[in-house]
Design a protein around this ligand. Structure first.
Ligand code: ADP
Length: 651
């Protein structure tokens, strides 16, 4: 058993060793199968265009490949000895390690490699070389083309000049800002060739320097109104450190108002207007594809260097609008950065026109909505007015009918009683009790008529604000008690109990005694009218710091909630079935007058009621003291009697 286990372990171990050996052989001696690529840039690590070439290159490169980076930094020195020393250093670094192929970016790196292509001591001897961004025309020998190929940069400065010419009609000078690189020299050569042929209406000048301060000095001298700038170089500060693109653009724009065009995308992003730029990313991506093909069939094929056409029109929308650049004059496939979704690609005057039209339409729509809303509101208002006036008409008609009835009933009684008295007198039938009864009828109904007429006059006075009020400091408790007691007889005749309740003996406050007496009488006469058989009427007086509160309660028929507030309006009478009054009609003015009188005292009146349970009218009056007017005659007992007689005349 133990022996069998040992065999199994041995076989498993051998299998694992076999697998491990197979794996390492698949990945080469050091476990790595991809290519080792050296990217050799002409400038330093900050050079934006070269950075974007590398980005594009990496994006298309198979992941198993590895990349090393070296920077020639040719702007610091371009001497032969510097180049030789640089290569010697790289040789020390990469000779033993073994680089599979090289990507040379820009002219300087390309030239250095090309010069040493057949040097047997160099680490790249007979290795595939790809180059990009080479500006000078390259004609490779047959032997060279076996080992190197690449993409040459196609300069499209003529299109740029055409755009500058179209956009600035009054232009006299164009300043082309260059550095000392081969790239800059190629641009210079290109422009010197094309501009005389193009017969442009402006002069052109080259400002060439590796140092930004020198460039800025020259720029500060130009006539900013008639000049344009074409920024193509990258610059160093005094300390030989590369100037960041943002600082270059900012400082130029601070120095001159002349429009600033460029050939480099990082300047467009930093605030230059725009230009025909060479798309480094696309170029890098194509270089990666070219490298794959060239290394795969290395030694078997040669590929003639190609001119790339990755020239794209790139403009900064925000900066463009600042300089009033017309987008309609730019190439059709222009890419815009800093452009919002509502930014229009039109000249400024058209943008203003479009927005004005939009604003006009918007205002028009708002106005139309507003007008329709207004007319709807007006129609609604008119309808309300119509309903209101209909209601007012109905109230008026009802009032006239009621009033005629109210006036006619007592008048008929008076006329009939008078006629009966005349008939009896003519027949000499003098029955004293009959006479007294009829004369009482006449007096009571005359009082009833007088009450209606007084109410009509008071309501009109209240409406026009012409009510005369005499305020005197009086004991209101005393007045209310007397008034309540004065209706007890009438209430008892209708089998109703009257209870007056208060803990206050005396509350002196400024009131018009007659009016407060009328208020209480109106409430009490209603309480009698709308009580049920054997009901009770309570009058309760209380006070707090500032107010006196008068409650008149009954346990009568009550008032439904939906009409509780409208009973205080003029001529509002509610159809109710009273169990006590023979004639349940009224003028509908009582509560209107009561409310008016209370308000004259700066008080208020409210109702709480439940149908079939009863009602409570609550009057609140502020307690105030005024200076007594000695000319005002006091409210007498006779006057109280007269008011009671009138107010209860229809009960
Ligand atoms: P009127 O002078 O005709 O009595 P009011 O203005 O005094 O008119 O009262 C208006 C209406 O309020 C009355 O028609 C009646 O329906 C209702 N009302 C007033 N007081 C009471 C009450 N205590 N109980 C029930 N209904 C009442």
């Amino acid at each position: 058993m133990l022996r069998e286990k040992k065999y199994i372990l041995l076989v498993l171990g051998m299998f694992l060793i076999f697998l491990l050996l197979n794996c390492t052989s698949a990945y080469g001696e050091d476990g790595f199968e991809g290519k080792k690529i050296l990217v050799l840039s002409s400038y330093d690590v900050e050079n934006q265009w070269e950075v974007s070439v590398v980005e594009g290159f990496k994006s298309k490169l198979a992941s198993e490949n590895s990349i090393k980076f070296e920077y020639l930094d040719s702007k610091v020195s371009s001497s032969e000895s510097y180049g030789d020393s640089f290569l010697n250093l790289l040789n020390l670094k990469y000779k033993s390690d073994g680089i599979d192929c090289i990507l040379a970016i820009d002219d300087e790196a390309f030239n250095l490699i090309r010069l040493n292509l057949f040097n047997e001591d160099m680490f790249f001897y007979k290795k595939p070389i790809i180059f990009v961004g080479v500006n000078n025309y390259v004609s490779l020998s047959f032997e060279e083309s076996k080992y190197m190929t690449g993409l040459m940069e196609y300069q499209d400065n003529s299109l740029m000049m055409e755009i500058i010419e179209k956009e600035h009609k009054k232009l006299e000078d164009v300043y082309i800002l260059l550095d000392k690189s081969i790239y800059s020299q190629t641009i210079k050569k290109d422009i010197e060739t094309i501009l005389p042929m193009a017969e442009v209406p402006f002069n052109y000048h080259f400002i060439e320097s590796s140092y930004f301060s020198e460039v800025l000095d020259r720029v500060s001298d130009i006539n900013e109104k008639t000049s344009a700038l074409y920024l193509c170089g990258t610059y160093m500060a005094e300390d030989s450190i590369m100037m960041p693109s943002k600082d270059v653009v900012r400082l130029i724009r601070e120095t001159t108002k002349s429009p600033l065009y460029t050939k480099l995308d990082h300047y467009v992003e930093s605030g230059a207007i725009g230009g025909i730029i060479n798309d480094g990313r696309k170029l890098g991506a194509t270089a990666a594809i070219l490298l794959e093909r060239f290394t795969e069939e290395f030694g078997e094929i040669s590929i003639t260097p190609l001119y790339n056409t990755y020239n794209t029109s790139l403009f900064n929308y925000k900066v463009m609008t600042e300089y009033n650049i017309n987008p309609l004059k730019l190439p059709k496939n222009t890419t815009y950065i800093n452009k919002g979704p509502f930014d229009l690609l039109l000249p400024r005057y058209l943008i203003i026109l479009v927005w004005m039209t939009v604003a006009f339409i918007f205002i028009g729509v708002i106005f139309a909505i507003y007008s329709s809303y207004k007319s709807k509101k007006k129609a609604q208002y008119n309808r309300l007015l119509f309903i209101e006036s209909e209601e007012r008409n109905k109230i008026r008609t009802d009032f006239i009918i009621t009033l005629s009835h109210e006036l006619r009933t007592p008048l008929n009684i008076i006329i009939n009683s008078g006629q009966l008295l005349i008939d009896r007198t003519e027949r000499s039938e003098f029955n004293i009790s009959f006479f007294i009864e009829k004369l009482k009828f006449i007096i009571r109904n005359s009082d009833r008529l007088l009450k209606y007429i007084n109410n009509l006059i008071d309501a009109s006075k209240l409406e026009i604000g012409y009510m005369n009020v005499k305020f005197n400091n009086s004991n209101i408790v005393y007045l209310l008690e007397d008034t309540t007691l004065a209706i007890v007889d009438t209430a008892e005749k209708h089998n109703l109990e009257v209870i007056f309740n208060t803990e206050e003996e005396e509350i002196i406050t400024a009131i018009d005694e007659e009016k407060i007496c009328r208020v209480l009488l109106i409430l009490l006469s209603n309480a009698i009218k709308f009580s049920k058989e054997s009901g009770s009427i309570y009058v309760d007086i209380s006070r707090d710091e500032q107010n006196i509160v008068i409650k008149v309660m009954d346990n009568g028929i009550g008032i439904s909630e939906n009409i509780q507030q409208s009973i205080f309006e003029k001529f509002k009478r509610v159809q109710s079935v009273s169990s006590l009054t023979v004639d349940q009609e009224g003028s509908g003015l009582g509560l209107y007058i009561a409310k008016g009188f209370v308000q004259l005292h700066n008080g208020n009146i409210n109702v709480e009621s439940e149908v079939n349970k009863g009602s409570a009218f609550i009057v609140t009056l502020p307690i105030v003291i005024v200076e007594d007017n000695p000319n005002d005659s006091p409210f007498t007992e006779d006057e109280l009697k007269r008011l009671v007689k009138l107010e209860l005349s229809d009960i």
